[in-house]
Design a binder for this molecule. Structure first.
Ligand code: IMP
Ligand code: MG
Length: 177
């Protein structure tokens, strides 16, 4: 797909950030196993690349949420639409998200997953927009802090489009036509 959108983080830089997070997770859980829980759909490309940078015994599961609001703002209400299918009790769980924005999604999922009594729960976000935070939450692993711009690509969408762009781009209405 051709796009005229401005590249914010190139595929090579993304790969470096993903490798760095993989090393951090491998070091933090050395000698143990981890369960990666990806938040559908945005985190699926990040999870699949990250998993290959983790030098530990790893399993995957997926969870899906819906946040109400318009296309570019998340609106305060988060609803679970697909739960994980494996027990988390006593596991080292890493919740894998595409982007930490207001923090509403992470806050909701952290509470939900902590109730399942994992041994450890860590949060990994490829992108972080700290200027937009509404909830007091930070990720344990962050790929890149970005300014308050709406981005697409590498899993991130605008109205379900552009998830397959290999670079992370600043969304512009014109370029999407
Ligand atoms: P939060 O609940 O506001 O932290 O938002 C998290 C979710 O909002 C992400 O998983 C994305 O689905 C979506 N989101 C936030 N910012 C962006 C963006 O710049 N591009 C695409 N999706 C975004
Ligand atoms: Mg989305």
């Amino acid at each position: 797909m051709a796009t005229k959108m401005e590249v914010l983080i190139s595929r090579d830089t993304i790969a470096e950030g993903v490798a760095r997070i993989g090393q951090e997770i491998s070091r933090d859980f050395a000698g143990e196993s981890v369960m990666l829980v990806g938040v559908l759909k945005g985190a699926c490309l990040f999870l699949s690349d990250l998993a290959r940078q983790i030098e530990l015994d790893a399993t995957f599961d997926f969870i899906a949420v819906r946040s109400y609001g318009n296309r570019k703002e998340s609106a305060g209400e988060v609803q679970l639409i697909k739960d994980v299918t494996t027990p988390l009790e006593d596991k080292n769980v890493v919740l894998v998200e595409d982007i930490l924005d207001t923090g509403l999604t992470f806050t909701f999922l952290r509470k939900l997953l902590l109730a399942r009594k994992p041994r450890v729960l860590k949060l990994a976000a490829l992108l972080d927009k700290p200027s937009r935070r509404l909830m007091p939450i930070e990720a344990d692993y962050v790929g890149f802090k970005i300014p308050d711009k709406f981005v697409v690509g590498y899993g991130l969408d605008y109205a379900e489009r552009f998830r397959n762009l290999p670079d992370i781009c600043v969304f512009s209405e014109d370029a999407g036509k």
